[in-house]
Every structure is written in structure tokens, then in C-alpha cells.
Design a protein around this ligand. Structure first.
Ligand SMILES: [Zn+2]
Length: 235
């Protein structure tokens, strides 16, 4: 299992929650890459994006004018708006509504098997996987669907699995301020299974452990036992 725990700078550089402020490209917490992506996206019209798809079709050897492909650029751009909707959301906002009346519950909360789809930023190929999240609350817990929304908020962007893992953990850590948080992601990269080395059945597992999940071996072991990662295998 690869752990991002040894690379805290990665968490700091990419992992913080941020807001997209349409009036400013210098919002608090945005990294340079995120600011650039917002600016670039605003400059590209839908028509430009559709033309780019026509170019790719021609490059692949197709005639974008033939009947079956005529509406394809429009459909692809529509799909992109869905697949990459994460650029227009602030995942941290989902966690700001918390429940404080939990009758003193201070044991681990674990949400496992959160299915997600993302795209690798190196090949723009799908990454299909599952995320498992655990945290040890202080006095606040969050609705479980909100953790799944955080996963989607970061997954629906171009990603690297290590970065996705670190971003989810850092976001929960920053907003909920739990005693500890653990995130494990198990995913299949189609850039590896459908091209290149063509290795089917290979999944990649990454983890990010913060706070007590990082410092305390028994907390970490309890989390890993809960998600049962060894037995479950791939997504
Ligand atoms: Zn790739």
C-alpha cells in the first residue's frame, strides 16, 4: 500500500479545499493550477470544444461529417460537462453543515465502498474505483452522503490517484477537524488496462492517513479492518 503520509508537502500543495470565486482568480487556498484551469475553461467556448472533438475524430481517421458522428462532438462536450463538474464545486462546502448532537459519540465513523469515476490526467482515460473513508470525530459528524459528495467533487476532475487520495483526506481534515482521518482508494486505470501494457485485473491502492490514523497503529489497524481491504480486492 502506498501512503502519502511520507509526503506531507503533496497534501499541502494539492490537497486543500478551495472555493471558485467567479470574480477573482486569487481566491484563498487556490493553487496556481486550479486558478489556471478556471481561467482556461472560461476562455474556451462550447463551439471551440466541439471543434476540438472534430479534430480528434479526423486525426483518428474518421469523417466527422458522416451521419453517425454528426452529433458526436455535441454529445462528447455534454459528457465532459458532467465528468468534469468537479471544477465548479467546492467539496469542502458539503462538510460545513455538520451535526453536533451525537450524544457524545466519539468512535470511528467509516464509509466504505464509495464508487467513483475519474480521469487520469496523463491520458485522459477513465479511472474507476472505490474510496473508503474513516474519521474519528471530535464533536462534529457529517451526513454520510456528504462524504460521498466530497469524493465526487475531487474525482470529477483530471486526476492522479495519489493526489485524489490526499485531497479527500486533507479536505475532511481541514473542514471537520477530526482527531484523525484515513482515506484508502482502490482503482483500475484504463490507461493501463486498455492500452500500453494491457494489464487487466490490476488495481492500484493508495492511502492517506492523517492525525491519529497516522500516529496510532491501532487506530489505523481498526480502520483497515473495518474496510476489509485485503479480502475485498479490486473495485
Ligand atoms: Zn494514465
Amino acid at each position: 500500500m502506498r501512503s502519502n503520509a511520507a509526503r506531507p508537502t503533496t497534501v499541502d500543495e494539492h490537497g486543500r479545499c478551495y472555493r471558485i470565486d467567479p470574480d477573482s482568480t486569487h481566491s484563498e487556498g487556490q493553487t496556481l493550477n486550479q486558478r489556471t484551469s478556471v481561467r482556461t475553461r472560461r476562455r474556451v467556448s462550447r463551439g471551440d470544444a466541439e471543434e476540438a472533438i472534430r479534430t480528434l475524430l479526423r486525426w483518428a481517421g474518421e469523417d466527422p461529417g458522416r451521419e453517425g458522428l454528426r452529433d458526436t462532438p455535441k454529445r462528447v462536450v455534454g459528457a465532459y460537462a458532467d465528468w468534469f463538474s468537479g471544477y465548479s464545486v467546492d467539496p469542502g462546502a458539503y462538510l460545513r453543515r455538520t451535526f453536533e448532537e451525537v450524544e457524545g459519540y466519539d468512535e470511528m465513523v467509516v464509509l466504505r465502498d464509495i464508487a467513483f469515476e475519474s480521469f487520469c490526467e496523463h491520458h485522459m482515460a477513465p479511472i474507476i474505483g472505490r474510496a473508503h473513508i474513516g474519521y474519528l470525530p471530535t464533536d462534529r459528524v457529517v451526513g454520510i452522503s456528504k462524504l460521498a459528495r466530497v469524493v465526487d467533487g475531487f474525482a470529477r476532475r483530471f486526476q492522479v490517484q495519489e493526489k485524489l487520495t490526499a485531497q479527500i483526506a486533507a479536505c475532511i481534515n481541514d473542514v471537520l477537524k477530526p482527531r484523525g482521518v484515513g482515506v484508502v482508494i482502490d482503482a483500475v486505470h484504463q490507461c493501463m488496462t486498455t492500452r500500453g501494457v494491457h494489464k487487466r485485473g490490476v488495481s492500484m491502492v493508495t492511502s492517506s492517513m492523517l492525525g491519529t490514523f497516522r500516529k496510532d497503529g491501532s487506530t489505523r489497524a481498526e480502520f483497515l479492518r473495518f474496510i476489509d481491504i485485503e479480502r475485498k480486492g479490486t473495485a
